[in-house]
Design a protein around this ligand. Sequence first.
Ligand SMILES: Nc1nc2c(ncn2[C@@H]2O[C@H](COP(=O)(O)OP(=O)(O)OP(=O)(O)O)[C@@H](O)[C@H]2O)c(=O)[nH]1
Ligand SMILES: [Zn+2]
Length: 381
Amino acid sequence: MNVSPHLWAPNKSADYQFDDSAMRLERAVSEFRYGRPIVLSGPEGSVAALALDAASPSDFERFARAAGGQHALYLSRHRAARLGLSNADDIAIPARDMDFASASALAYARDSATQIEWKPATSLMRTAGEVAGLALLLPAMMCVEVPRHARTFAACAEVDHLDLPKSRRMARNFEVVVRTPVPLRDLGDCEFVVFRGGVAQKDQVAIVVGQPDTSGPVPVRIHSSCLTGDLCGSLKCDCGDQLRNGLSSLKEQGGGVLLYLDQEGRGTGIGAKMRAYGYQHEGLDTIDADAELGFGPDERRYDAAVAMLGGLGIGAVNLLTNNPTKVAALLAAGIAVNGRTSVTGRITPDNLEYLRTKTLRAGHALDIDLLTRAATELSDG
Ligand SMILES: Nc1nc2c(ncn2[C@@H]2O[C@H](COP(=O)(O)OP(=O)(O)OP(=O)(O)O)[C@@H](O)[C@H]2O)c(=O)[nH]1
Ligand SMILES: [Zn+2]
């Protein structure tokens, strides 16, 4: 049936305009992950960026051709420090004659060449680095300034320099999708509360054990997902034990809440975590292994946790953790932390160094004497 143009009266207020920061970021995150360039724009112009971690050699070549040789390799300050280039700056290394293998080696291989020319990264490149973080990609990308009116990257997803600061304000917009009872072994009645929101985030789950009284401080465990430890019983960390001991402790305390956050690998993602394991097998500790890949010691944010506690009507907690950053994040968000209890797991030959690094380098409240005795006993056989 043909509709006469006279009968079609578009309602302007119902148009799909989609001009918001979250949408632009989420599209850019998705494009980045598929190995396509994105464009970052600000008052100083525009920069196109291609995430090395997601790009194939042919994506790399295509980008280099489009950039006309003017492109540079962006690396985070953590990676720059590992290469001995800069302790303070994210950097940009001119890449005219760089091939895919050399760029990848500079981005994340050990013992890469260190005598190279570099400049501090521009602020738009740093914005691209943050988008890579949201996309759970390594903070390493090819970048090129896009001349005004150039059409080369016109089809690419675009992010405005203000989108990230704006999206940080949206990072705490979470809604409850569903609440459903799930009986759990040894714990009895529990309820799973699924939250959806944030920017480029998966759904997050709160597990309510028993019926905690939210009028006072609630026993709470904030647990970052660990596929290897929680699900598969990996001996390389204590996460699985902490998950189960944490839930049991909530029951013993008469009920409480476990927030299961989508923060695999301290917020770097399962891909980066497994790459970091490769470097741990070569002898690096967990923090240096992450730095080798360009990451800081802990890339996690706790906006989702704060939003979920708010959604559950919890304003004061007794936190089950050894991690001072979690306590600080809640306090900074105005949540009262009335107490802190340790949650521990088994010490094994495989997780001993992981636990020692947490204590000595990340300030976790674990008993270092106990860990040292365990190390001696394990080495004595
Ligand atoms: N990058 C990296 N992440 C790891 C490694 N081992 C475990 N993880 C991650 O470390 C995080 C552990 O999180 P949590 O269980 O919340 O523990 P935590 O920060 O140690 O603090 P508490 O358990 O609360 O004391 C999870 O995101 C794991 O996926 C590792 O070797 N490298
Ligand atoms: Zn773990």
